[in-house]
Structures are given as structure tokens and as C-alpha cells.
Design a protein around this ligand. Structure first.
Ligand SMILES: [Fe+2]
Ligand SMILES: [Fe+2]
Length: 274
């Protein structure tokens, strides 16, 4: 029998270069560094860290350069690899230039990697220029091709926009536009779980028969206050994910913050933000 694998799922870091337009006066860089410090104190070190998008708040090239510096330092201290996905606040060209240190381009960013027989597929649900999420046919075809051959320890998919219905219509308006296409792509495959972000709160349910878990944000959390309103709160969290006996088990970890309300949002007051 295979040894269990444990890793950390973080999401929604919303980092900018220091002192530039700090979101809700929150120091997102400190939030991220504090979270890595927490990971370093765990009795069992995660095998890797994966971050499911909204890496930056503004998506400028300097924001990605800053994020890369911070993550390079933190992953060196922790001693494990860090993988990232893109979210609606991210920019493909500036991510490629500032984070990947490549030529800037609009090319979508999705890939898979293997860790001790567990396959992680990182998707890109962002639709450039919008806050919405969708998987285009090219990426779905790639996903079907990847999943055609099973991995020894199953597959977990990481993506930004969630697929499981939430507690409120307002949050439901932030889900992936075409979950039926993702469901069709994973049907009959070795996928044992899906991990997402974007809604900045824990939301866990079944999708196509497997567990789908959206995590709260590194930078801040969101709590529904009604069907058409929610509050943004100064707290943080991440999920420890255990793969054991062919199952994905999700263990939410909270970092309290000061719990102050940094922003309140009514449906009719603004468009998509998370
Ligand atoms: Fe988002
Ligand atoms: Fe976000």
C-alpha cells in the first residue's frame, strides 16, 4: 500500500509590491509569510504547496516579481516546491514576465505534475479581462488527454473558480461558468478531488462524485451576511490535504487575524470582486 501524501493548498494571496495600493489596508505579503511560518511549525512537513490563483491583486509585472521573490525565500526556508495557478485578478503576460521570467504572452497557464504517484492537474479558469471563470475547449481537450491514463495514486485538480454551489446566490454568481464540461471531462477518470479558491471561504461538497473543496483566502476571508451581501474579514486560512487509501481528505486550518470587517459588499453596489 502506498504511503499517504500530505500537502498544503493555499489560495487568493492578492499580493502587490509593498506600499502599492494595499488591499483593505491588509499587508498581504505578511499574511503569506506568516502562513509559510505556520507550515514550517507543522509536525509533518507538507510534500509541496499549491496556490490556486488570485496570486496578485493588481496583476502588474512588479507585483509578480515581488511574489516570486517572496515565494523563493519562503519555499527555500520550508524546503518544498511551490506550484501556482492563475485567478481572475491575475494577468497572463505579466505573470509570465514577472513570475516565470519568460517572454510575456497571453498563452494560458495550465500543467500537471506528479508527486509520489499522485498527479496534480493545475487548470486556468480565468477569462482575461473579466472576473468570470470558464474552461475553454482547448484546455478541456488537454485535460481529457491527461486523464486518459490513470496515475498510480489518483489525480487532484486545482483551479480558481469553484464548482460546488454555495450558501448564497451572491456567491453562486462566482462559480465556474461551465461546470458540466469539467464534470464530463473527469467522468470515469482517476480524479479523487478538486481544490479551488476565489470565494475566500471554505465550501466543500460533492462534484461528479468526488470531493470539491474551496478554501478561504490567504489575504482575507469572506462571510455571507445575506443572500445578496457579504463581508470581507481580516482573517486567513489554508487547507491541509491528505491523500490516503485512494481518498482525498481536506483539513481546513484557520489563522485568526484580528477579525475586523475590512469591506462590506451588497449585490447591487458593485460587480464581481473576489
Ligand atoms: Fe478570484
Ligand atoms: Fe480572490
Amino acid at each position: 500500500m502506498r504511503q499517504p501524501i500530505m500537502f498544503a493548498h493555499l489560495t487568493d494571496t492578492h499580493i502587490n509590491v509593498p506600499d502599492k495600493n494595499p488591499l483593505f489596508e491588509i499587508d498581504a505579503t505578511k499574511k503569506l509569510r506568516d502562513m509559510f511560518a505556520e507550515l514550517g511549525k507543522l509536525s509533518q512537513k507538507p510534500a509541496f504547496v499549491v496556490i490556486s490563483g488570485d496570486l496578485t491583486q493588481d496583476g502588474d509585472v512588479d507585483d509578480y516579481r515581488h511574489l516570486r521573490e517572496v515565494l523563493d525565500e519562503e519555499k527555500a526556508k520550508l524546503g518544498v516546491p511551490v506550484y501556482v495557478a492563475l485567478g481572475n485578478h491575475d494577468s497572463r503576460p505579466f505573470f509570465r514576465e514577472g513570475y516565470l521570467r519568460e517572454q510575456p504572452s497571453e498563452e494560458s497557464y495550465y500543467y500537471s505534475f506528479m508527486e509520489d504517484g499522485l498527479r496534480i492537474v493545475v487548470l486556468n479558469t480565468q477569462v482575461p479581462g473579466t472576473h468570470g471563470g470558464r474552461l475553454d475547449e482547448e484546455q478541456l481537450a488537454w485535460l481529457r488527454d491527461v486523464l486518459a491514463a490513470p496515475a498510480p495514486n489518483g489525480t487532484i485538480i486545482v483551479h480558481h473558480h469553484p464548482v460546488v454551489p454555495t450558501m448564497t446566490p451572491l456567491m453562486d454568481s462566482h462559480l465556474l461558468d461551465n461546470p458540466q464540461d469539467l464534470a464530463a471531462a473527469i467522468e470515469g477518470s482517476d480524479v479523487i478531488g478538486l481544490l479551488s479558491g476565489h470565494i475566500h471561504c471554505n465550501n466543500i461538497g460533492l462534484f461528479q462524485g468526488v470531493i470539491s473543496a474551496a478554501a478561504t483566502g490567504v489575504a482575507f476571508g469572506i462571510e455571507p451576511t445575506g443572500n445578496d451581501s457579504m463581508k470581507f474579514v481580516d482573517n486567513s486560512g489554508y487547507n491541509l490535504v491528505l491523500v490516503k487509501n485512494g481518498q482525498m481528505i481536506v483539513h481546513p486550518m484557520a489563522m485568526a487575524g484580528d477579525q475586523s470587517i475590512v469591506f462590506e459588499w451588497k449585490m447591487d453596489a458593485a460587480h464581481a470582486h473576489a
